[in-house]
Design a protein around this ligand. Sequence first.
Ligand SMILES: *[C@@H]1O[C@H](CO)[C@@H](O)[C@H](O)[C@H]1NC(C)=O
Length: 121
Amino acid sequence: MNHPSKMHNHFIITFLIMFFLYKPSAALRDGLHGGWKPIPDVTDPTVVSIGEFAIDEHNKESHDSLKFSNVIKGEEQVVQGTNYNLTITAAYGGAEKNYVALVWDIPWQKFRKLVSFNGPV
Ligand SMILES: *[C@@H]1O[C@H](CO)[C@@H](O)[C@H](O)[C@H]1NC(C)=O
């Protein structure tokens, strides 16, 4: 009489343990894969200002003189603030080329940092 109900409890406990073990591993999986999501609208003013910022910072750091044209694609990752991975078209002299910039933005701290800048790609 008691036996089936004990079995039942055992299954519930096993299920709960697996549930709680699964949650952190899902978080870890998302962390490892970065949790990057495509940016649906690359003409969004915030995205454009991040792109302009990336070109400005790159010009300052590398004494370059690229001119921002537009962002052609990008992805974002919510961390403490947001990481932006943008593919940006910029002109050097007459030639337009694409560059990939990683920008870390924390709007409520007015913090924005160019993490990496690569290209032309
Ligand atoms: C950023 O995007 C570019 C182009 O899509 C890609 O090659 C690169 O791996 C991405 N970088 C990160 C950190 O996700």
